[in-house]
Design a protein around this ligand. Structure first.
Ligand SMILES: Cc1ncc(COP(=O)(O)O)c(C=O)c1O
Length: 607
């Protein structure tokens, strides 16, 4: 019998000594289930390939066994894997487990997976584990040296059914995870398959450990492993795609204004560098600058102590979530929404709960859905208007409804209002701030977009004094203060000259928006969202297949766009296209998108 508490303890020790991430992959399961939200999509495939590499399932002495080769092999099998995936979900009526299935139910899926890498049980068990963690037991030659999975699986499941100490084993593993993991245990955490795997490894190790030391389950026991709060947090899709652009490509990907910083700010920066001593400022920032920021929110009647100047609004987002959120607190974030929201939420140990901005209503606010996501555990609601990625702004009615819903929920939650795009609008009125509707609002904003100062790193955080006092401690230890040169130059953003420059920029972006929408709709016949602000439009490319493929085809044709599923499941089938490029580039960019779409049409017809 391999399944015993003693073996489980040995297996846990083996893992600890082998330096496998010590939350027993709880964190990884968040990411495995998240990548599978919409089934076995192209995005799932990409993330799974990365994971297969990390979990050492692609290792082979055979030359030519590269990641690219397996990417192609799995891709060709994807339709079959999808069919089997759906069939198994259907027969087990939801997430399957070893209790709801017999070997015959999964043998076909197993055969498909084993066929991808020459009958490799190790490869197939790991790939299977990423599809159904509660069904497929991870096998590793080092740990088990088991060859025939079709014998191993039913044997182990049989042994599991006979195992007397299941409850004690659950408790042992659960306590271990709780001790190490920053996240609450994932609701679908695969206890059974994990216990079987750990017992098996423990049994094997007991017999071989004398003189051998801990087997090296990860690539090297000396190799650095990120701590659990950072593991699985990868470079954003935006960077990944942009980094792959060919020379000469047109970028409609990044959200960074292409126009120069206003002259008045640049002049002031040069003067300050030449004429002034530029030491540290107060940690919260220059009092004059904080006063000007406070004056932008007259309705809040802020004192300078209620404003912190940060190194960009990205720092503000981190500060505020780190300050407000404790382990297990719920953070409501828009779907689709800026990628940093769920990532930072995870880093600080919170639980991201998404509210839908439905694609079918052009990503407008859905009060009923929002209300249904509030709970007594909601600590923070993130609200953004105008939005990245959709460009949509919340109307005053939306804001009123949203604020009332939060108040009525009794959660006493804070609203974090990301207003980084508030100065860039195409509506007759400047979009409102939720802080006009809900007093417990913390404003996050900055000059990156409104003054084209992305590289200058000036942002701010403003709101309740006690919260700002706590956030300031963190800010002080992390960055001390924002750049003194940038802060001094930023004062010029409140001059008349800067205001004129802001108006000119708004007019330029308004023209570009209309130019781009005209081309996408009239030349390419695509459906796209009319943005109220910011510099993005969401374009429906679902007729051409998976948006990742469309973005890939764009890259081939020299134009960078972002597959919008990176911002949440609601924007699947869309590309986010930014208009941080002049009209000539936009025309050429759209022409290239057209070529890319034609190439996809050709592929469809020749299949
Ligand atoms: C919605 C949103 N919030 C915050 C930021 C961070 O901007 P910064 O740190 O430059 O102020 C960005 C940048 O793209 C953004 O799109």
């Amino acid at each position: 019998m391999k399944l015993s508490i003693e073996n489980l303890k040995e297996g846990i020790k083996w893992w600890q000594e082998g330096k496998w991430p010590n939350d027993y992959l709880n964190h990884e399961y968040y990411s495995i289930y998240e990548s599978r939200t919409d089934g076995l999509t192209e995005r799932w495939l990409q993330l799974t390939l990365e994971r297969l590499v990390r979990w050492k399932a692609l290792r082979s002495s055979k030359p030519g066994n590269t990641k690219a080769k397996f990417a192609r092999l799995i891709e060709t099998q994807l339709p079959d894997l999808r069919t089997e995936y759906q069939r198994i979900i259907d027969i087990s009526r939801g997430e399957p487990s070893i209790r709801s299935l017999v070997w015959q139910d999964i043998s076909k899926l197993y055969e498909k997976m084993a066929g991808i890498k020459d009958g490799s049980a190790v490869f197939a068990s790991k790939l299977g584990h990423f599809i159904f963690p509660n069904v497929f037991i991870v096998m590793d030659n080092l740990g088990t040296q088991v060859a025939g999975y079709d014998d191993y699986w039913p044997g182990m499941v049989n042994e599991w059914n006979l195992f007397q100490d299941k409850d004690a084993a659950f408790d042992l593993l659960k306590n271990e995870i709780e001790r190490h993991s920053l996240d609450p245990i994932h609701t679908l955490y695969p206890y059974e398959t994990k216990i079987i795997e750990l017992c098996h490894i423990g049994d094997k190790w007991k017999k071989t450990k004398k003189g051998r030391g801990a087997p090296n389950y990860s690539s090297s026991s000396k190799q650095f492993q990120p701590p659990p709060f950072l593991s699985g947090i990868e470079k954003s899709m935006i960077r990944k795609i942009s980094d792959r652009a060919k020379p000469g490509s047109i970028s409609l990907g990044l959200g960074e204004p292409d126009l120069p910083t206003p002259e008045v700010i640049r002049r002031e920066a040069v003067r300050v560098i030449q004429e002034e001593k530029n030491g540290y400022t107060l940690q919260a920032g220059l009092p004059e600058l904080r006063q000007r920021i406070a004056s932008d929110y007259a309705h809040l009647d802020l004192s300078t102590d209620q404003v912190i100047v940060t190194a960009g609004s990205q720092e503000s987002l981190y500060l505020i979530l780190r300050t407000l959120v404790e382990a297990g607190d719920e953070v409501l974030i828009p779907n689709p929404g800026f990628i940093a929201y769920p990532m930072i939420t995870r880093m600080v140990g919170g639980r991201a709960v998404t509210y839908r901005l439905p694609a079918k209503s052009d990503f407008g606010f859905d009060l009923d859905d929002f209300r249904s996501k509030l709970s007594s555990r909601t600590k923070v609601v993130i609200c953004i208007s105008p939005s990245n990625p959709t460009g949509r702004a919340l109307s005053r009615d939306d804001m009123g409804g949203l604020a009332d819903a939060v108040t009525e929920s009794g959660s006493n939650a804070f609203i974090v209002s990301d207003e980084i795009y508030r100065e860039l609008y195409y509506t007759p009125e400047r979009p409102a701030s939720i802080s006009e509707f809900y007093p417990r609002t913390i404003v996050v904003s900055g000059l990156s977009k409104s003054m084209r100062m992305t590289g200058w790193r000036i942002g701010w955080l403003a709101g309740e004094e006690a919260v700002m006092r706590a956030a300031l401690v963190l800010h002080g230890y992390v960055v001390t203060c924002a750049s003194s040169i940038s802060q001094k130059a930023a004062l010029a953003a409140w001059t008349d000259e800067a205001a004129v420059s802001r108006e000119e920029m708004r007019a330029i972006f308004h023209r570009r928006r209309d130019h781009l929408l005209g081309l996408l709709r009239n030349e390419l016949g695509l459906r796209c969202v009319t943005p109220d602000g910011a510099f993005y439009t969401m374009v429906d490319v679902s007729a051409y297949g998976d948006e990742l493929r469309v973005a890939e085809a764009g890259l081939e044709h020299g134009v960078v766009t972002i597959p919008a599923s990176a911002f949440g499941s609601e924007s699947k089938g869309y590309l986010r296209i930014s208009f941080c490029a002049d009209e000539e580039k936009l025309s050429e960019g759209v022409r290239r998108i057209g070529e890319a779409l034609k190439s996809l049409e050709r592929q469809y017809h020749t299949r």
